[in-house]
Design a binder for this molecule. Structure first.
Ligand SMILES: Nc1ncnc2c1ncn2[C@@H]1O[C@H](COP(=O)(O)OP(=O)(O)O)[C@@H](O)[C@H]1O
Ligand SMILES: [Mg+2]
Length: 678
């Protein structure tokens, strides 16, 4: 008979809630009366076959040998007083199954949490394998997150010790969980460490996509697919999954064990490399288009207490709206009104200057050794960074002012001739052009297969990003600045459109059959009137609100924008008059506001929980995203209209008079621990 809550187990563990129940054991949340803390207790059912009891004890003893931060430890082993049922206790893991880290969002925060957890679990698995143990039942329910969001492997009930029999089957059924089972395990063939790598791949696939690689009506159908069918590309299920992550997932799901990454350590290394790739993609300044749709950069300055000018270089022309400083690797780039795209090393040393016949006010886009840049004469060029050779050039009927957005094998570029041009990335050939009916200043934002595009006649257009076919459109008001987007849940996102007359709309999108749609029930979450003109793009990020901050109302909307780390979306909008406001993403309520001296045309940039701002009077500031508290300010002699770049530990600002400056924190690393208190 199963145990019930309220029972005091072995005079020490007060069973408070049932957490899980399997064929042979129950898991409870329990109060440990002796140590005054909560633990998890796994208790064996009464009257189970002796083999199950042996398996249970083997699980405890296996677990007890595994001391690793990625494996849940055994705290205590005991026996129930009356029934003599064995039990063991473990720390209570409060983060839920590893699936809480997904589905992946195309934002640096969630991607970083996923990649950290994936590498951590891979290392833990490597440790387990190095002890000669194969887990054989890795599932989301057996990889739980602790309070810090790090995974712990548990449930060693099915472990195969390498020296023992390989065919642990019960009434002809292969033990394990079909959705995550390696092909060789599904076939009942030999299982080894690489079968666990496959299972971990299937678990992480589920985390990233929201569903496992294979689904079917029956276990047989799922097992058949594991053996004979290729896993669907995870990017098709969730377009937010970066290429580097998709490639590792697919490598883990290789049918033949020898094609998978060799071991958990190699796998951890692959996740680290994927992380570097993802970082670069986010930092490379696909300005507000493509992947960087939020205005958040992953790697701005870590500290700003002593952010100081590191270098300052003259540019061959003024830098004005809507230009933006973009960067990749060791290079930063910004266009000038003198008709040049200027590339500088992050050290300040000049790299190259690429010519156009007219002003280069459109933000450029880096692309693996090449750069794409548009100009006022309606040309869009792709050039090699090394040597500057032009790869192709496209001519539109009017100027390009929005950043080119790379999507799959195309570049999408909006021109003031009113068209969104889709060009073949390799050849520059026009694949299609979509006519909006109004001039375009902003870049397209891509989400769930749709290009979302605002024109200056007041319409937001959703276009199939692949074919250019119109999906839907809605009137929002004249827009000059690229909107910002934050995914808020599986197949859900909020698009924030800041209109030139000052109305800021938060639109609720859902991915109906893989294409972005306006949510039918409540398309407009809220509208906020800034009572000011807007030239800058909004920026959005998740932020853990201060404890004293206003509580969010309950209900589905509040829930929807709540991040895995308990943070809420915060949107930062800057009015031309100089007032910057932070609003809560779920309901548009004011969080804080800050007045800058001078007009604001440059878009706010978020990195590391700080908002970077720049005004036309030359005021620079870094504010705390959650509270608006000023962390750093500086006043330069000339103003800023171009969006700065916070990347590679520095802040890069291009001034209207044609100066590019880098600011870095001058605090020596050794004071970080508080060795000095000034
Ligand atoms: N240490 C723990 N902290 C929190 N929840 C736990 C813990 N251990 C187990 N659980 C919950 O109980 C479920 C079953 O535990 P598990 O050891 O996997 O047993 P089973 O053999 O029944 O799968 C888990 O999926 C999880 O939801
Ligand atoms: Mg389990």
């Amino acid at each position: 008979m199963p145990l019930e809550t309220g029972v005091l187990l072995a005079g020490r563990y007060d069973l408070r809630a049932l957490l899980g129940e399997g064929g042979s054991a129950q898991v409870f949340r329990a109060g440990d009366a002796l140590l005054g803390r909560e633990v998890a207790v796994k208790v064996m059912h009464a009257h189970v076959p002796e083999s199950d009891r042996r398996r249970f004890l083997r699980e405890v003893r296996t677990l007890a040998r595994l001391t690793h931060p990625g494996v849940v430890p055994v705290l205590d082993l005991g026996e129930e007083h009356e029934g003599g049922r064995p039990f063991f206790t473990m720390p209570l893991l409060t983060g839920g199954p590893i699936t809480a880290l997904g589905p992946l969002e195309d934002a640096p925060g969630p991607l970083a949490r996923f990649l950290t957890a994936a590498a951590f679990a891979s290392r833990a698995l490597h440790f387990v394998h190095a002890q000669g143990i194969v887990h054989r039942d890795l599932t989301p329910g057996n990889v739980l997150l602790d309070g810090a969001g790090l995974p712990r492997i548990m449930d060693f009930g099915l472990v195969a010790l390498s020296e023992q029999t390989r065919h642990l089957t019960r009434s002809g059924v292969t033990l394990g969980t079909p959705a995550y089972m390696a092909p060789e395990q599904a076939k009942g063939a030999g299982v080894d460490a690489r079968s666990d790598l496959y299972a971990l791949g299937a678990v992480l696939y589920r985390v990233a996509c929201g569903s496992p690689p294979f689904v079917g009506d029956s276990d047989q159908s799922v097992l058949y697919q594991h053996v004979y069918e290729a896993a669907p590309d995870p990017r098709e299920l969730n377009p937010a999954i970066p290429d580097a992550v998709a490639q590792v997932l697919l490598a883990l799901l290789a049918k033949r064990p020898e094609r998978r990454p060799e071991n958990g350590e190699v796998l951890a290394h692959l996740w680290a490399l994927a992380r570097r790739d993802v970082w670069t993609a986010h930092a490379r300044g696909q300005y507000r288009g493509g992947r960087v749709r939020s205005g958040e950069h992953p790697d701005g300055p870590a500290r700003v207490a002593r952010l100081q000018e590191a270098w300052s270089v003259p540019l061959p022309g003024e830098v004005t709206w809507p230009a933006a400083v973009v960067g990749e690797g060791d290079l930063v780039a910004v266009g000038t009104r003198g008709g040049q795209l200027v590339l500088t090393h992050t050290s300040g040393r000049p790299y190259a200057t690429f010519a156009a016949r007219d002003e280069v006010t459109a933000p450029a886009t880096f692309l693996g050794g090449h750069v794409l840049y548009g100009a006022w004469d309606g040309t869009l060029r792709r050039a090699e960074l090394q040597g500057g050779a032009e790869v192709w050039r496209h001519q539109a009927r009017a100027e390009f002012t929005g950043a080119p957005t790379v999507w799959a094998d195309r570049v999408l570029a909006a021109s003031r001739d009113g068209h969104l041009h889709a060009l073949n990335l390799r050849t520059g050939e026009l694949a299609w052009a979509y006519r909006t009916g109004g001039p375009l200043a902003a870049s397209p934002v891509i989400w769930a297969g749709a290009a979302l595009l605002c024109d200056e006649n007041g319409w937001l257009h959703a276009i199939d990003a692949r074919s250019g076919a119109p999906l839907w459109k809605v009137e929002v008001g004249t827009v000059h600045a690229t909107p910002a987007l934050l995914p808020t849940g599986p197949a859900e996102a909020t698009l924030v459109v800041a209109t030139w007359p000052g109305e800021v709309h938060a639109l609720h999108l859902s991915a109906a059959s893989g294409r972005a749609a306006l949510s039918a029930a409540e398309p407009i979450l809220w509208t906020y009137d800034l009572e000011d003109e807007v030239w800058a793009s909004p920026a959005i990020a998740r932020s853990a609100l201060p404890a004293s901050g206003p509580a969010l109302p309950g209900g589905p909307d509040g829930e929807a924008a709540r991040g895995p780390a308990g943070g809420h979306g915060v949107v930062v909008v800057a009015g031309w008059g100089g007032t910057v406001r932070a609003l809560r993403l779920p309901d548009g309520e004011d969080l804080w506001s800050h007045a800058l001296e001078g007009r604001v045309t440059a878009s706010p940039v978020i990195s590391g929980g700080l908002v970077y701002l720049a005004s036309e009077l030359g005021e620079l500031a870094a504010l705390d995203l959650g509270t608006g508290a000023v962390r750093w300010t500086r006043r330069e002699r000339t103003g800023v209209q171009a969006t700065p770049l916070a990347a590679g530990g520095a802040l890069y600002v291009a001034f209207m008079d044609g100066t590019l400056r880098a600011y870095r924190d001058a605090t020596p690393a050794w004071t970080a621990g508080g060795a000095r208190d000034d």
